[in-house]
Design a protein around this ligand. Structure first.
Ligand SMILES: Cc1ncc(COP(=O)(O)O)c(C=O)c1O
Length: 396
């Protein structure tokens, strides 16, 4: 056996022992929020999925699919090279104009994915002389972007504005620029960042505020995302000059965006390595995003359903009212989360267990995500099982 295989096997054994090994399970999503999943006993079974970020089920919408198919027929399956090399597809221009208009910013730039936005934008705007403050529960790719920037990185306690203030007070003067990085909607907990308080601190200390709105865009603030929602809720100003998000969740397609001022977007387009040194998105993904935006802009009732469904579930299970369509049930030990997920699968539901390092040690959980496509009877059935079979064991 080579030392390379030795290394990989040793790592796998260690992960197996700690129940932390992840395995890909063949799963085929259907058009109505269900999924056919390979069963450990062989064959496959149909499950109702409560772990999908396709919040509005737009990946399955007839108009979205039609737009993607038309783009494949007209333009082909792939982009061929980087946007800077083969030339910028006209659908990019259309999508970026559309995103900026919808988000009410001067400009937008579309990347290959949300992950690539954060890995590209943060190191473009910040370097060794800068201070980066990152919420401890912000998504892995915001942490990754901050690490790549190479400046002084401080991970602040989740949503703790006193901690942010302390760090800025103590260290801001020693750095050229400061960047505050947070999720708008936290992906594993579903809670929101205090954007008004962060705006005030950013202004006071001349820091640049960036939100990752992967889970807010398309749903909150009339679909415009968590910044718009916070602006409506808050009494003071909410100003987020750097708003990123994904086109892969509520939009149902693929890609990521940054909405910002014209000068920031132009600078990012010429410097971000994850935009320059990677192939452009397939035109079908751009066309699908455009068609999905049409639906998001016009159909408020559909947009409101994920949160309404999450609230119904939380009420039935006696959990606090959620602020987003993400509802965590924290079970603690990894094995508990795995057992609870297996039990739900036996009862016909797909809810994957979330384990470290996706969440902090000792907080393994079930993470329920609610979509517009869910039926009330499925939500009630799910809530009954969680209340009667999962929560009593969690408390034991
Ligand atoms: C908060 C957050 N940011 C960024 C991403 C990455 O986006 P994408 O899937 O488009 O790469 C995700 C999830 O995938 C996420 O949950």
């Amino acid at each position: 056996m080579s030392s390379l295989d030795d290394f990989a096997r040793g790592k796998l054994e260690d992960l197996d022992q700690r129940s932390l090994r992840r395995r890909l399970v063949t799963t085929e999503r259907t058009t109505d929020g269900r999924a056919f999943r390979a069963s450990p006993q062989g064959g496959r079974r149909q499950l109702v999925s409560f772990c999908c970020n396709d919040y509005l089920n737009l990946s399955q919408h007839a108009d979205v699919k039609k737009a993607a198919i038309a783009a494949v027929s007209r333009f082909g399956a792939g982009a061929g090279a980087s946007r800077h090399v083969t030339g910028n597809h006209p659908l990019y221009e259309e999508l970026e104009t559309r995103l900026a208009r919808f988000k009410e910013t001067e400009a937008a730039v579309v990347f290959g994915s949300g992950y690539l936005v954060n890995l590209g934008v943060v190191p473009t705007l910040a370097g060794r002389r800068d201070l980066l403050l990152v919420d401890e529960l912000a998504h892995a790719c915001l942490h990754g972007g901050a690490q790549l920037a190479g400046g002084e990185m401080v991970v602040y306690r989740h949503n703790d504005m006193n901690h942010v203030r302390e760090v800025l007070e103590e260290r801001r003067a020693r750095h050229r620029h400061a960047l505050i990085l947070t999720d708008g909607v936290f992906s594993m907990d579903g809670d929101l960042a205090p954007l008004q308080a962060l705006t005030a601190l950013a202004e006071q200390y001349d820091a640049w505020l960036m939100t990752d709105d992967a889970h807010g865009f398309g749903i909150m603030g009339d679909g415009r995302g968590s910044t718009m929602a916070a602006a409506r809720r808050s009494e003071g100003p909410v100003h987020v000059p750097l708003q990123m998000g994904t086109l892969s969740k509520a939009v149902g397609s693929y890609g990521g965006y940054l909405c910002a001022s014209r000068s920031v977007v132009d600078f990012v387009k010429t410097r971000a390595r994850t935009l320059i040194y990677t192939t452009g998105l397939p035109p079908s993904a751009l066309a699908a995003s455009l068609a999905a935006l049409d639906i998001i802009e016009r159909d408020g009732a559909w947009r409101d359903k994920p949160l309404a469904h999450a609230r119904l579930f939380a009420e039935l299970v006696s959990l606090p009212a959620p602020e987003s369509p993400i509802v965590p049930v924290i079970l603690g030990h990894t094995e508990r989360a795995l057992d609870a997920s297996a039990l739900l699968e036996e009862r016909g539901f797909l809810v994957t267990a979330i384990r470290p390092p996706s969440v902090p040690e000792g907080t393994a959980r079930l993470r329920f995500t609610f979509t517009s496509a869910h039926g009330e009877s499925d939500i009630r059935r799910l809530a009954h099982i969680v209340r009667s079979e999962i929560l009593p064991k969690a408390a034991a």
